[in-house]
Design a protein around this ligand. Sequence first.
Ligand code: NDP
Length: 248
Amino acid sequence: MTIENKVVVITGASSGIGETTAKLLAEKGAKLVLAARRADKLQKIVDSIQSENGDATYIATDVTQIEDNQQLVEHAISTYGKIDVIFLNAGLMPNSPLSKLKSDEWNQMVDVNIKGVLNGIEAVLPKFISQKSGHVITTSSVAGLKAYPGGAVYGATKWAVRDLMEVLRMESAQEGNNIRTATIYPAAIETELTDRITDKDTAKGTEQMYDQYQISPYSIANIVAFAIDQPEDVNINEFTVGPTSQPW
Ligand code: NDP
């Protein structure tokens, strides 16, 4: 089955990569279930998809809460009767040097970027195992592949996602669950991600870097569509995607 009529759940769908992916997949005939905390934004995106004759619904979701993730999966099934793909994309990047001891932000990143992904997996896995099909896609980051100053905790969370996803792929194959996985490692993408950096020096350096290199979130949406569109017996497990001009 290709993208058309697949039921796709997206976390972090209220802006950036999640929003753009939702709109692209809706154009391609998928049925979208959008999740994030900002319900007003989700409502507008659903309205916009529906105005183009697309099919979408939303449910306000805090990915750090397991109950919210379970309600999200139940909402998809009660609305569309099934769930084919979950794109665990919600994330935060309030970078700073470790010496600034911004431990509240460290904890937020662990809660959203790691536990949010685990909660999504916990909520959806029983369904995918029982139906012997499903596709788990996550947004890690090039920070999950390469270390850089200022990105210790963010990188650690994205490194963790890489490991979780690789083991999910291996175990799903071993157990014969027929679950596909894809982990995406984006570099600089033009979204709201950098707006929440509170350390002034880090914010300035990041802004300069993004101003020079950033590319459209459609670059990632296209990859999600490509991964979903592969034949059911083909798993493309990893994608590293960034600006052609970014020299690292
Ligand atoms: P945005 O800031 O535009 O989007 C982040 C999304 O995450 C928002 O929809 C936000 O929604 C959601 N989110 C944050 N916290 C929670 C929460 N507790 N529960 C539910 N949703 C939450 O940035 P991007 O689109 O860039 O980020 C998407 C993913 O891409 C992230 O995982 C990020 O780490 C990753 N990434 C981005 C790169 C970039 O350069 N932009 C590079 C590499 C990876 P709301 O606030 O409404 O809850």
